[in-house]
Design a protein around this ligand. Structure first.
Ligand code: FAD
Length: 392
């Protein structure tokens, strides 16, 4: 067995980041997350500590007060958070939403927001894309942003929009030109920065959605919400292209979280299977127990390689859509396989909250559905990588 991180060679390269994130996470033991899970509360102190330490500003360039890290380094941060037993889902939006502003925002917007986000004065944790009637068919969204004098007027509805109660800003995707009036259905969509502090209660209402992972997520309703025209990110009508960049970063980062989860499950089950004695010997001595754990470990390591490949391509500004999608598919499948082995070999104790297995099991399951379902990843690979005929 390899060293304590049991990752590939890249794991050793980021030993300093890993050690520092682990130190911070140690201050938030499993009981902390268990209590929050029971009360469905947001880990405010944990997110504050990550912000103060500068980890959530990893992708903000140094000239705007951030750490100017690569996506690879940022992915290591989130991996270590999940590896420690915590859940990056409470704050990962801040990492990849930032990229949209960094890569496509105006100089004025970057100077206005990025230093404050880097210092923790402002949070940009939310991105509003999904709609109840469009689902994964993003270009079919119905929320509109109509220009009126010096503002955009927003009407429509979003669903599953996370962390809005713990964010100051949200990036919103809305249609500025009707689908019928554009040559390509992906044209005519725009990105706008919404100041949640002034929007909620003034044209925007929110309704929390209770859910399996107690992830703080909501339905949003827009009823003539006015947003200053200066909050448009990039050019009007090009929003779909801008979010694709961000979605690739999101997929690579969440793949890293799944790697962290996978290793957490493998650590937990290896330890348990070595100490739990049934029929006079450790259960881990049985090959029927060993093999599913070993197989999950092999798959986590294979997924880890694709995650590093996706991050490296993104960092080199090279196309990385295929690799980011494949990394997420491989990593979320591997972490789920590890989760199943971990739950199974804890026997009844896997269901007891105090072992944290059932909580992590629920948390890692999400990533085969959101941010993108495994079927849609396979469809992307079939059509865009293999050149098979389009199915939709
Ligand atoms: C906890 C949580 C947090 C979220 N946070 C956010 C957020 O912050 N911002 C945001 O914008 N969205 C968010 N989402 C939404 C998430 O991105 C979507 O749920 C996800 O993309 C799937 O879309 P859908 O739920 O509309 O499923 P649908 O599009 O309705 O699809 C349902 C299922 O049908 C299958 N399917 C659909 N079309 C096809 C096809 N053509 N071929 C094969 N199979 C198909 C897939 O298996 C899919 O899982 C969140 C979701 C959850 C659950």
């Amino acid at each position: 067995m390899a060293g304590p991180f049991r990752g590939g060679s890249d794991a050793a390269d980021h030993a300093d980041i890993r050690a520092a994130v682990r130190d911070l996470c140690r201050r938030f033991p499993p009981e902390y997350f268990r209590r929050l899970d029971e009360t469905h509360a947001y880990p405010e102190a944990f997110v504050d500590a990550l912000t103060k330490a500068g980890w959530l500003a990893a992708l903000i360039p140094e000239e705007y007060g951030g750490a100017g890290m690569t996506l690879t380094e940022a992915s290591v941060i989130l991996e270590e958070i999940n590896r420690s037993g915590a859940n990056s889902g409470v704050c990962h939006g801040q990492m990849y939403n930032m990229g949209t502003l960094v890569r496509h925002g105006s100089e004025e917007q970057k100077r206005a927001y990025l230093p404050k986000i880097a210092s923790g004065e402002l949070r940009l944790q939310s991105m509003g894309v999904t709609e109840p009637t469009a689902g994964t068919d993003t270009t079919a969204i119905k929320t509109t942003a109509i220009r009126k004098d010096d503002c955009y007027v927003i009407r429509g509805q979003k669903v599953w929009i996370s962390r809005v109660q713990h964010s100051d800003l949200m990036i919103l995707l809305a249609r500025t030109t009707p689908r019928a009036d554009v040559a390509k259905k992906s044209d005519g969509l725009s990105l706008l920065l919404v100041d949640l502090r002034t929007a909620i209660g003034h044209g925007m209402t929110i309704r929390p959605i209770p859910n399996m992972v107690h992830h703080e997520t909501h339905e949003l309703f827009f009823d003539d919400l006015e947003i200053p025209a200066g909050n448009l990110i990039g050019q009007e009508g090009k929003g779909f292209r801008y979010i694709l960049d961000g979605l690739n970063a999101e997929r690579a980062l969440i793949a890293a979280e799944c790697i962290g989860d996978g290793d957490w499950f493998i650590d937990a089950v290896t330890k348990y299977a070595s100490s739990r004695v049934v029929f006079g010997r450790p259960i881990g001595q049985n090959q029927g127990v060993q093999f599913p754990i070993a197989k999950a470990y092999v798959n986590v390591r294979a997924a880890d390689l694709m995650r590093y490949r996706a991050c490296a391509l993104f960092d080199a500004h090279a196309p990385c859509g295929a690799e980011a999608n494949m990394a997420l598919l491989l990593a979320s499948t591997a972490s789920w396989e590890a989760a199943n082995a971990c739950l199974q070999f804890h026997g009844g104790f896997g269901f007891a909250a105090e072992y944290d297995v059932e909580r992590k099991f629920r948390e890692t399951r999400l990533y085969q559905v959101a941010p993108i379902s495994t079927n849609l990843i396979l469809s992307y690979v079939a059509e865009h990588v293999l050149g098979l005929p389009r199915s939709f």
